[in-house]
Design a protein around this ligand. Structure first.
Ligand SMILES: [Zn+2]
Length: 372
């Protein structure tokens, strides 16, 4: 192999080990693409439908004076033809190609000058065959578009009639993003109880625009449960619908479940006259499991990471019933104030609630990793 110029030294650290494998694979017969469908949702997120149990790899490449940043995702198997789909807004185009005859490469090429923070980009698995990536802070956002069907069992992408792009025009080097963002724990090893606060006749706090704590916490909790389940964590929910469950049965269910962690999900409230009060806080019970503080800290850190500008109210001790009486490591998160002007706007946004679920899942999985 010819020596690489010095500017490639950073790339070569991860690129070079891949080359021999790619050459080896080129000798094998081509597999059909494992990408079944892709779309930009009306909320501006990228969603993929893949063959079950494949692991897509996401990459990022910064833009230059003439070319915008690129995000691309590689999946096993190659499409028979490549194609270019024109974008709109911040997205210049979407390309789907076969860079090495064994890979499907889905490229989002953004307009020059588009600002993307690669630290905030995560391709997250939400089911065995579903992946999503959102683009926080992108202005203008992405417009809905896509190919293939998300709802029926025919999961092959439609093939274009002509080849839309030569192989050479697909990017080949960039920074790998985390495969799917969520930490990995051994499948089947852990059980977690998720406790969506309030419910039924008890709406919890009610805030700006009638935003109800119970709705926010149930939505986030159900998404959190799915994310953990996709990572092989057994999840027990204290409620799954708008029903009222008293506190003692929640604790009894948790204590009978032999779980590794208990997380109670809440949103804060103050007076409607105090929209200036916003912030994130997480509580644990000092007299409980010695590991509760680590769980609370992991959750707090992840919530703050997706809530810029919302004050850090800290990891604090408290004597709330559900964390005082549960026997496993336990924490109670307050995801923001439904009465706060900044937090309420976010908590009312389904997109933010999904990011919050990802943040809490990341916190829980990070904590569980430390328990192995
Ligand atoms: Zn509450």
């Amino acid at each position: 192999m010819a020596p690489l110029p010095p500017s490639f030294s950073r790339l070569s650290r991860w690129l070079l080990p891949l080359l021999p494998a790619a050459q080896l694979l080129a000798a094998l017969p081509a597999l059909a693409s494992s990408l079944g469908a892709w779309r930009i949702t009306p909320q501006g997120d990228l969603e993929l439908r893949t063959s079950p149990d494949v692991t897509p790899q996401a990459f990022y490449e910064a833009g230059g004076a003439l070319r915008g940043p690129r995000v691309w995702i590689d999946l096993p198997g190659a499409p028979s033809r490549s194609r270019v789909v024109p974008g709109s807004g911040a997205l210049k185009q979407v390309r789907i190609g076969r860079p090495d005859g064994q890979t499907t490469r889905l490229v989002l090429e953004f307009q020059p000058g588009t600002l993307l923070n690669p630290q905030s980009l995560r391709l997250v698995g939400t089911a065995r065959d579903r992946w999503t990536m959102d683009f926080p802070g992108l202005d203008p956002g992405l417009m809905a578009m896509g190919e293939g069907d998300f709802d029926v069992a025919t999961w092959r992408l439609p093939e274009p009639r002509t080849d839309g792009q030569t192989q050479a025009q697909f990017p080949t080097a960039g920074t790998p993003l985390s495969a799917d963002g969520l930490p990995v724990v051994p499948r089947g090893r852990f059980r977690v109880v998720i406790d969506p606060g309030h419910g039924g006749p008890d709406p919890g706090a009610v805030g700006i625009g009638g935003l109800r704590e119970t709705d926010v916490v149930l939505d986030v909790s159900l998404q959190l449960a799915r994310l953990l389940q996709a990572r092989g964590v057994d999840v027990v929910l204290t409620r799954t619908t708008e029903v009222d469950v008293d506190l003692p049965p929640r604790v009894a269910l948790a204590n009978a479940s032999n779980a590794d962690a208990f997380v109670s999900v809440h949103a804060n409230a103050l007076s409607m006259a105090r929209p200036d009060v916003n912030g994130i806080e997480t509580f644990y019970f000092e007299g409980g499991s010695s590991r509760s503080r680590a769980l609370a800290a992991a959750l707090q850190q992840q919530m703050l990471a997706i809530s810029p500008g919302s004050p850090d109210r800290g990891v604090r001790t408290a004597r709330f019933f559900v964390i005082r009486r549960t026997v496993m490591p336990s924490a109670l998160v307050e995801m923001g104030f439904v009465t706060g002007s900044l937090d309420a706007r976010r908590l009312a946004d389904p997109n933010f609630r999904r990011r919050m679920a990802i943040a809490l899942a990341t916190g829980i999985l990070t904590y569980l990793q430390g328990q192995r």
